[in-house]
Design a protein around this ligand. Structure first.
Ligand code: C2E
Ligand code: MG
Ligand code: MG
Ligand code: MG
Length: 280
């Protein structure tokens, strides 16, 4: 400014600040680019019956191709928060749903797919009918789709969330509360939100063999879910000891690096009878 109005100098701090801005703008642009130009990819991770290790679902986890570094993949933790801020998450979630339903249509024998939907969508009254229309168009039975609802902010209107879940249930899809027990996903949800499945947050599973409180919580959750006629999934199963404990507690399904890691070419994509060999 001191140099006059029409001139400018590039200082380090300004350069950093403007690069920051460019980065911020770029995230939304990059997401938009990815949506328009085949820049999103789905990875799949198995959700297995805890006792038999037969595949029960494949969870679709979105990634972004890094257009600056060909061959590199950007994990959702990097772009989903930006997408949630800008609202682009609604488009990403619709893309994932569309891809998953088309995949199910092409592969009549693959296991059901679980997709993630941001809690931001709870007031998106058009989403359940979007899912319903796609299922009909592609003649995919709704039981082949599970919808995991992921909370990143407190539900601002429990009524909206309730209506949203009722509409989802009416499509015939399976409804799952993701990350249950952590963050904003609390016991009040159990009373108001009629999901079929509870996915117990990895926070309680990660250190299960060593943490007595986690054991109490998981055991209790499994019992509550059973009495409510709901199924349970444990995520972040990272070792055999944890798996054994979950079976003992009566948790129905398991998912985690001990079983497999998310991959774009999961073997169960070709085979709904896929079953992991008992890990001894
Ligand atoms: P999430 O739905 O709770 O998925 C579980 C995350 O934990 C995945 O990370 C998965 O790769 C990771 N994970 C699975 N097993 C283990 C394990 O044993 N140990 C550890 N340390 N991690 C494990 P990812 O793929 O990076 O996804 C992160 C989150 O991004 C997801 O959490 C979900 O909330 C969100 N997300 C992913 N795809 C979508 C999407 O299409 N739409 C929306 N709205 N959110 C998505
Ligand atoms: Mg999930
Ligand atoms: Mg989860
Ligand atoms: Mg999680």
């Amino acid at each position: 400014k001191s140099a006059g109005k029409a001139t400018w100098r590039m200082y380090q701090a300004e350069r950093d600040a403007s690069r920051e801005m460019v980065n911020r703008l770029t995230w939304n642009e990059r997401i938009q680019q990815a949506l328009e130009h085949d820049g999103l990819v789905l990875y799949f991770q198995g959700i297995y019956e805890a006792r038999t290790l037969e595949v029960a679902h494949l969870e679709a986890l979105v990634r972004m191709k890094d257009s600056n570094n060909p061959g590199q993949i950007i994990p959702p933790g990097h772009f989903i928060p930006h997408a949630e801020k800008s609202g682009k998450i609604l488009d990403i979630d619709r893309w994932v749903i569309g891809e998953s339903i088309r995949l199910l249509a092409r592969n009549p024998h693959m296991p059901p797919v679980a997709v993630n939907i941001s809690g931001r969508s709870f007031d998106e009254t058009s989403l359940p009918s979007y899912i319903n229309d796609l299922l009909q168009e592609h003649e995919v039975r709704p039981e082949r789709l599970m919808v995991e609802l992921t909370e990143t902010a407190a539900v601002s209107d429990m009524r909206d969330a309730q209506r949203f879940i009722e509409a989802l249930r009416a499509t015939g899809c399976t409804v799952c509360l993701d990350d249950f027990g952590a963050g904003f996903s609390s016991f009040a949800y159990l009373k108001h939100l009629k999901a079929h499945v509870l996915k117990i947050d990895g926070l309680f599973i990660r250190d299960l063999p060593r943490d007595h409180d986690s054991q109490v919580f998981v055991k209790g959750m499994a019992a509550i879910a059973r009495d409510m006629g709901k199924q349970t999934v444990a995520e972040f199963v990272e070792n055999e000891e944890t798996l054994k404990m979950l079976v003992e507690f009566g948790v129905d399904m398991v998912q985690g690096y001990y079983l497999d890691k998310p991959t774009p070419d999961h073997p169960a994509l070709q085979n709904s009878d896929y079953r992991l060999m008992a890990h001894r």
